[in-house]
Design a protein around this ligand. Sequence first.
Ligand SMILES: *[C@@H]1O[C@H](CO)[C@@H](O)[C@H](O)[C@H]1NC(C)=O
Ligand SMILES: *[C@@H]1O[C@H](CO)[C@@H](O)[C@H](O)[C@H]1NC(C)=O
Ligand SMILES: *[C@@H]1O[C@H](CO)[C@@H](O)[C@H](O)[C@H]1NC(C)=O
Ligand SMILES: *[C@@H]1O[C@H](CO)[C@@H](O)[C@H](O)[C@H]1NC(C)=O
Ligand SMILES: *[C@@H]1O[C@H](CO)[C@@H](O)[C@H](O)[C@H]1NC(C)=O
Ligand SMILES: *[C@@H]1O[C@H](CO)[C@@H](O)[C@H](O)[C@H]1NC(C)=O
Ligand SMILES: *[C@@H]1O[C@H](CO)[C@@H](O)[C@H](O)[C@H]1NC(C)=O
Ligand SMILES: *[C@@H]1O[C@H](CO)[C@@H](O)[C@H](O)[C@H]1NC(C)=O
Length: 253
Amino acid sequence: MHEDQLLLLLLLLLLPRSFSSSVENNQCTTSCGKVTNISYPFRLRGDPMVCGNPNYELACVDNRTIIDLYSSKYYVRSIDYNNYTIRIADVDLQKGNCSSLPLRSLLCSFFNYSSDLYRCGRYMINDPESSKTVSIVNWTKAVASRLYIDASSCLDGVEISNFSSTRRQLYAMVEANVSNVESECTIEYMAMIPGWADGDNLRSFAQIHDLMVYGFELSWFPIACKMYCKDYYVCDINHKNQIQCSAKKGKGF
Ligand SMILES: *[C@@H]1O[C@H](CO)[C@@H](O)[C@H](O)[C@H]1NC(C)=O
Ligand SMILES: *[C@@H]1O[C@H](CO)[C@@H](O)[C@H](O)[C@H]1NC(C)=O
Ligand SMILES: *[C@@H]1O[C@H](CO)[C@@H](O)[C@H](O)[C@H]1NC(C)=O
Ligand SMILES: *[C@@H]1O[C@H](CO)[C@@H](O)[C@H](O)[C@H]1NC(C)=O
Ligand SMILES: *[C@@H]1O[C@H](CO)[C@@H](O)[C@H](O)[C@H]1NC(C)=O
Ligand SMILES: *[C@@H]1O[C@H](CO)[C@@H](O)[C@H](O)[C@H]1NC(C)=O
Ligand SMILES: *[C@@H]1O[C@H](CO)[C@@H](O)[C@H](O)[C@H]1NC(C)=O
Ligand SMILES: *[C@@H]1O[C@H](CO)[C@@H](O)[C@H](O)[C@H]1NC(C)=O
């Protein structure tokens, strides 16, 4: 090696780390447990600030990627950079234990159109394509309807929010709506499952629970929009997962 080159190399090595781009020097952690593709906008807690966006911070705890959302913790199952989705499941859900439920429900209806970092659904605010709701209803009568999946064997004796475990018959309903929930029923609890889940093929609460453990998708399309459509008023995503900007912000208006 030439003397000048050696000097340059030494100089580079002695430069404070912040002088160089942490991203280029691979100082941003890209992997935690099964999630092997962590990159912008996501960042891992503890990484240099240049990594990702601080609003999209994840934590790596015992090789599990965790996201905090609205005061609950979720395991990150996967992140997809082609369709801008993240699949998450509440940390309280134990695989194979259908008595374990999230302490709090996160529902599509919680998400606000303008202010949120995530969206439930890609094309519309509450697009059923990405996530479906499971309602757990209490009915004093025993029912034999395919819409109602008996959940008592899993949930008997389990405290759901503040409800006592006395005298109840619990059923799960996928995508229940007001018109098909019997008036004598009370919805006690709601949770999310993937949008591709087919309510007609679900027979047991254990199956539904498996889907809850698999997780549901949220879209992080809002930040992608901010990035790609900075100079436009309208940002959309088409069915090929391409982001489309329109209505360029004009000058002098
Ligand atoms: C990881 O994400 C990047 C975009 O951030 C993408 O280019 C790459 O194909 C992804 N790799 C895998 C294995 O998903
Ligand atoms: C995390 O996973 C890596 C690779 O799979 C392994 O080497 C490491 O020991 C694990 N760490 C913990 C805390 O389990
Ligand atoms: C299953 O989950 C319930 C509710 O969280 C818990 O009380 C019970 O101990 C769990 N069972 C096993 C075998 O872990
Ligand atoms: C949505 O907005 C309403 C009213 O501004 C607020 O009360 C609510 O907490 C917001 N939801 C979320 C998930 O931020
Ligand atoms: C996003 O891509 C993943 C992986 O290909 C897929 O499982 C998921 O259903 C897709 N989500 C949407 C909303 O297209
Ligand atoms: C549930 O219990 C908590 C504390 O014990 C209380 O603050 C809350 O109001 C209760 N919620 C309902 C719906 O009863
Ligand atoms: C279920 O509903 C019945 C009446 O509809 C009510 O008396 C009972 O307390 C409810 N059970 C629970 C656990 O909420
Ligand atoms: C609610 O349920 C009724 C009857 O099953 C159905 O016709 C209707 O389309 C549903 N509404 C929504 C908004 O899903």
